[in-house]
Design a protein around this ligand. Structure first.
Ligand SMILES: O=C(O)CCC(=O)C(=O)O
Ligand SMILES: [Fe+2]
Length: 370
């Protein structure tokens, strides 16, 4: 059986003790025919396809036309309930920015190793971490993942590596930081509008979630994942099955597919039309909605042909907001299904809980006999 693992940010725990090379270096260094044993993770990487994966048109969700808006709200509710995942189109984030952040992230991974090693984790709370992915299995074995990553906290405090400096044309240059900053601002605004819609769908006031979770100071974590081609995609994994912390995760990539989501126990490939954003519901939305919207399990598979980059923005509550099921939903349901916890404490506790794909969330579930 494939080892189950804890949520992705736990990876940072392992970086503290890891000294091996980046997987990029390994993949490029030799004529690699097989996956080294420390990466071995047997998996059936070929997912199914579905025509029913929801597509949400953001321009309709924000439309002045009440009929259009209410139709889009219904589609959003269905997507959150049935899939925990949707493809967001017409979101208004310029295509040039999406391309710029993918290109700049690629340039980051191409920096000399020493520039990247500056950001190796010294402590789990480091606001910027660059490293090689690895996870600890239930049997307490460390498995290397077929990816390198960089991640940083971008809101309410903004952190980002200085390099690379991106040359735009012969006369001007822009920092990675500036691109990430703009991406964080734009995605935050889209996330908040989606969350307003979700609040309405839960029959709460439009601004309820905004206030209860203090979304003015919402936590955002930015991550870029680099997956080089892998000689044996069924013997390694980019990111094993997990759920994300936070409310909604946004993801874009360089056109090479690899994100799979679990639906009714089956793995499905996701497809993203140009300029779309893939959105999944995460742990804190499951908690806040008192279990109406489940945090969707997903994974990143690798392939033998093409390098893949994914850019992830996790959108959460304010670090000091206490996230529990919304009071009105608890009243309607007769009981709370999850214990409340401060958002930042959830993230900290997740870093020490290594064992299960939905482990941290399971810990907050209130059992029937409690
Ligand atoms: O790269 C992907 O497609 C998945 C990334 C992901 O799930 C994560 O970073 O949490
Ligand atoms: Fe994820």
């Amino acid at each position: 059986m494939a080892p189950s693992t804890s949520q992705v940010p736990n990876e940072s725990a392992d970086q503290v003790t890891t000294t091996d090379s980046f997987v990029k270096v390994l993949a490029e260094s030799s004529n690699l025919k097989s996956v080294p044993t420390q990466f071995t993770f047997s998996n059936d990487f070929k997912g199914s396809y579905s025509d029913s994966i929801p597509i949400i048109d953001f321009s309709q969700l924000t439309s002045e036309n009440p009929h259009q808006r209410s139709k889009a709200l219904q589609e959003l509710a269905k997507a959150c309930e049935e899939w925990g995942f949707f493809v967001l189109i017409n979101h208004g984030i310029p295509e040039t920015l999406l391309k710029a952040i993918i290109d700049a992230s690629l340039e980051f991974f191409e920096l000399p190793d020493d520039d990247k090693r500056r950001y190796e984790a010294k402590s789990l709370s480091d606001p910027i971490i660059c490293g090689r992915g690895s996870v600890i299995t239930t049997e307490n074995h460390r498995i290397r993942l077929w990816k390198d990553f960089v991640k940083c906290y971008v809101h309410p405090e903004f952190h980002c590596p200085e390099k690379p400096l991106i040359l735009r044309n012969d006369v001007s240059a822009i920092n990675y930081r500036d691109i990430v900053f703009e991406f964080s601002e734009k995605t935050r605004s889209v996330a908040r509008k989606l969350l307003q819609g979700i609040s309405e769908n839960l029959e709460l006031e439009q601004g309820y979630m905004d206030e209860a979770l203090k979304l003015d100071s919402c936590f955002q974590l930015y991550a870029a994942n680099f997956y080089p081609p892998c000689p044996q995609p069924d013997q390694a994994i980019g990111i094993p099955p997990h759920t994300d912390f936070g409310l909604l995760t946004f993801l874009i990539h360089n056109g090479v597919p690899g994100l799979q989501i679990q639906h009714d126990g089956e793995w499905f490939n996701t497809n993203s039309p140009q300029n779309s954003i893939l959105v999944n519901t995460a742990d804190h939305l499951e908690i806040f909605s008192n279990g109406r919207y489940k945090s969707v399990k997903h994974r990143a598979v690798v392939n033998s042909e093409a390098m893949r980059i994914s850019i992830v923005m996790a959108n959460g509550a304010a670090p000091d907001a206490v996230v529990g099921p919304a009071a009105q939903l608890v009243e309607r349901d007769g009981r709370a299904l999850y214990r409340p916890m401060k958002f930042i404490e959830y993230i900290v506790s997740m870093q020490s809980n290594r064992l299960h794909g939905k482990g941290n969330l399971e810990c907050l579930k209130i059992q029937d006999d409690e």
